[in-house]
Design a protein around this ligand. Structure first.
Ligand SMILES: *Cc1c(COP(=O)(O)O)cnc(C)c1O
Length: 423
């Protein structure tokens, strides 16, 4: 029995899952620590890692991650507050937002929080206020767009020609202008790119990071000293949603980078990473109860309680974000027989609210459970207020003295909270 099956069994024994259950989330906190260990082990120690908080901002999850020793990448005052409240050392936080206000920038300078600039207007804003903070130790970088092209999923590709992110260094004259900015502003000591996201081949990501390193080297050569000391190579390692296998691994990505951009591994620069999905996705899953089944046009349809409110991307872009499901009996036994073409549907009142469409799986019946895998990133904390459905409860799982321990780490939203959020 694999770990998820075991957790599901235990949740049924402990009556966390029963006939009243609609949908629950589980985060494997041991698995999360293991993923972070794998990340740290894959790179030499001139690399310092951060977790992209938007991927999973549950406070308990962030507390676990900060205990594992890595930092946090945040992109809004809310995420910054969450990261601080979860115990991240402020010196290990990076603030990346494409829309920082004057106040956001002042807070970063005042509290010495590292940040990356997105564009020329933001650069000039900082130039105009930096003298007010002579003691600031904030490490400031400029995000570049290496314009290497699109991955398979256009909505998460960040390095296309016309991407909204960063300074497009391939546009006429921009590379030279970037170099001049660095020579003009000696407080720019870092440079950043987040070249890919789900769907981007590793070689393409490495190519973007190669561009980052090349321009950093050129700036330092022109300056005659090493002004840029930090390279921030972003996150974006894709996750395999088709099977339980972790593929690619952090070690495989490190190997591709070693081949294409060996300078990262020499210790000349300190290197920041900002992985989100690859750290968290495979360490979470959901269980939802089948409320009803029916047949329509030859398709078996199972209506559950997990839909677009928890998995917005899967509902709206199903081809790009397919998700793996398995059915279980009400006693928690994996269903293996009698396969039929099935739509696993959610509870929302729109037709595309499907978890899985036209998949061949064992026939689901009312009160069965459906496990929905690899939902540890961009699901549990990316709630969508459709049909006034509440945020779901999430349990943290760990093994304590040989026994599986399952503890509530985020309770479900109550209906009175749903009301007050709309009032
Ligand atoms: C979203 C984001 C990340 C994390 O991306 P993943 O695909 O989850 O690894 C890292 N850096 C920046 C700037 C981001 O916007």
């Amino acid at each position: 029995m694999n770990r998820e099956h075991h957790i599901l069994q235990r949740a049924i024994e402990d009556r966390l899952l029963d006939n009243e259950t609609t949908v629950l989330g589980f985060m494997d906190l041991d698995g999360l620590a293991k993923s972070i260990d794998d990340l740290i082990a894959a790179f030499p120690n001139n690399f310092q890692h951060t977790f992209a908080v938007k991927a999973n901002s549950l406070r308990h999850v962030l507390m676990k991650i900060s205990h594992c020793g890595i930092g946090a990448e945040v992109a809004s005052p809310g995420e910054l507050t969450m990261a601080q409240s979860a115990g991240f050392d402020i010196r290990k936080i990076i603030f990346d937002s494409p829309a920082k206000t004057m106040d956001d920038l002042r807070q970063c300078l005042k509290h010495s929080i590292a940040f990356n600039l997105d564009n020329e207007q933001e650069l000039e804003r900082v130039a105009g206020m930096i003298e007010d903070y002579p003691n600031s130790e904030a490490i400031i970088g400029f995000r570049i767009n290496p314009q290497i092209g699109s991955g398979a999923i256009s909505s998460t590709s960040t390095a296309t020609n016309t991407s909204k992110f960063g300074y497009p260094i391939g546009d006429a004259g921009n590379r030279e202008k970037l170099i001049e900015y660095y020579l003009k502003y000696p407080w720019l000591t870092s440079i950043h790119t987040h070249a890919g996201s789900q769907g981007c081949p590793l070689e393409l990501m490495a190519q973007g990071i190669g561009e980052l390193v090349a321009v950093a080297e050129e700036i330092n050569t022109r300056k005659g000293e090493q002004q840029i000391t930090r390279l921030d190579i972003g996150g974006g390692l894709p996750v395999n949603f088709a099977s339980p296998e972790v593929k690619p691994t952090f070690a495989e990505y490190a190997e591709v980078l070693r081949q294409h951009v060996p300078l990262l591994f020499t210790g000349k620069y300190s290197v920041k990473t900002e992985f989100g999905r690859a750290i968290a996705a495979k360490n979470g899953f959901m269980a939802t109860r089948v409320e009803y089944t029916k047949n329509a046009g030859g398709r078996h349809i199972a209506t559950t309680h997990a839909g677009a409110q928890i998995m917005t991307r899967t509902a709206f872009l199903p081809a790009a974000w397919p998700i793996r499901v398995e059915g279980f009996t009400p006693d928690g036994v994996l269903k293996t027989e009698d396969k039929v073409q099935t739509d696993v549907a959610g509870p929302c009142c729109f037709a595309a609210d499907l978890v899985a469409k036209d998949v061949l799986i064992p026939r689901l019946d009312p009160n069965d459970y459906v496990a929905i895998y690899d939902t540890g990133a961009y699901y549990f904390s990316n709630h969508f207020d459709y049909n006034s459905l509440p945020r779901i409860a999430v349990y943290g799982v760990s093994t304590k003295s040989g026994e599986l321990s399952i503890e509530l780490i985020r309770r479900a939203e109550t209906l009175s909270e749903v009301v007050s959020n709309m009032s």
